[in-house]
Design a protein around this ligand. Structure first.
Ligand code: GDP
Ligand code: ZN
Length: 298
């Protein structure tokens, strides 16, 4: 389809930096170039008239990560679900999972902790440890991209029409899980490139895929080297996993960061042994990391 023929409302299914591919409501796909000032993300709903991107609809569930220069970049829009992937090897810093869960709550996303590589002997122990830490905050599932174990659970999680994305440190198996869930992943990306007329050599920063039977997944190859998902200190204080039972008892100060403030409900729970001291220490470590970033003015 010629770019100038494209009109209507659609969703961004691939982002090439200078252009995006769209799936229009009429079912057709096509490509439009972006103007310099236009910023859209995969998953955004947009309005196109005669090949010109006229408007971006307000979005929910916008996930952001920080690039190697410290700039915050939006990875995807209109998300409903966040899969936080880890594996026995390579091990992930727990702070990665904590930040993922905080971001999910702050954005209203349905979160899952996905322990991959179930076929490895250490996987059961990791699954138990993650369940102990996080089952109050999110479902913790054990899967193997290699054997296919547990993948039906992931499909079922997205099937009610949810749009999800996986995050995790390098090597935990995100691409393998995507390939297992989307057997024709390479094919559909190739098709989008052809339709876009940009050629196969043009790599996309992100692509949106439909799962057979319902649900959608966003692949984010352009964000693989990015740091953990972006959260603020206030979000961390409000949503840290494991603190949820104590926060409705309300700290004295509404903007309490649970450090040394008087009348802090979290500190009281740590004192009483209801929150493990180790979890509070993990929280403080993450908090000082976030505050440092703010102080550096990044
Ligand atoms: P990503 O960096 O998170 O996208 O990870 P990849 O999908 O590239 O996988 C990293 C490595 O882990 C590769 O060598 C995969 O073959 C391997 N891997 C992925 N899933 C599994 C699994 O379920 N079991 C085992 N044993 N290895 C896996
Ligand atoms: Zn507090």
């Amino acid at each position: 389809m010629e770019a100038s023929d494209i009109s209507g409302e659609g969703v961004v299914v691939a982002h090439y930096g200078i252009a995006v591919a769209l799936r229009l409501e009429c079912g057709k796909t096509g490509r439009v170039r972006l103007r310099r000032s236009q910023s859209v993300r995969v998953g955004d709903r947009v309005v196109v008239e005669a090949g010109i991107l006229e408007a971006v609809r307000p979005a929910h569930g916008v996930l952001s990560r920080r690039d190697s220069h410290g700039r915050v970049r939006s990875v995807a829009a209109n998300l409903d679900a966040l899969g936080i992937v880890l594996a026995p090897r390579p091990a992930s810093p727990l702070g990665f999972v904590d930040r993922g869960l905080v971001a999910a709550r702050a954005l209203g996303l349905e979160a899952r902790v996905v322990v991959n590589k179930a076929d490895l002997p250490e996987a059961d122990a990791l699954h138990r440890e993650m369940s102990a830490h996080y089952s109050a905050a999110a479902d913790v599932v054990l899967v193997s991209a290699k054997t296919g174990a547990g993948l039906d659970d992931l499909r079922a999680w997205l099937q009610p029409g949810r749009r999800g994305v996986f995050v995790g440190t390098s090597g935990v198996g995100k691409s393998s899980i995507l390939n297992a869930l989307l057997p024709d992943l390479d094919l559909s990306v190739g098709e989008i490139n052809e339709v876009s007329g940009l050629g196969r050599h043009v790599t996309s920063t992100a692509t949106l895929h439909q799962l057979g039977g319902g649900g959608e997944l966003i692949d984010t190859p352009g964000f693989r080297d990015f740091g953990p998902v972006e959260v603020s200190a206030a979000e961390l204080a409000a949503f840290f996993p494991g603190f949820e039972d104590f926060l409705d008892r309300r700290c004295r100060f509404r903007d309490c960061l649970h450090r040394t403030e008087p009348g802090c409900a979290v500190l009281a729970a740590v004192e009483a042994g209801q929150i493990p001291a180790q979890r509070h220490a993990a929280y403080l470590a993450l908090l000082s990391e976030l505050l440092e970033i703010v102080e550096l003015g990044r």
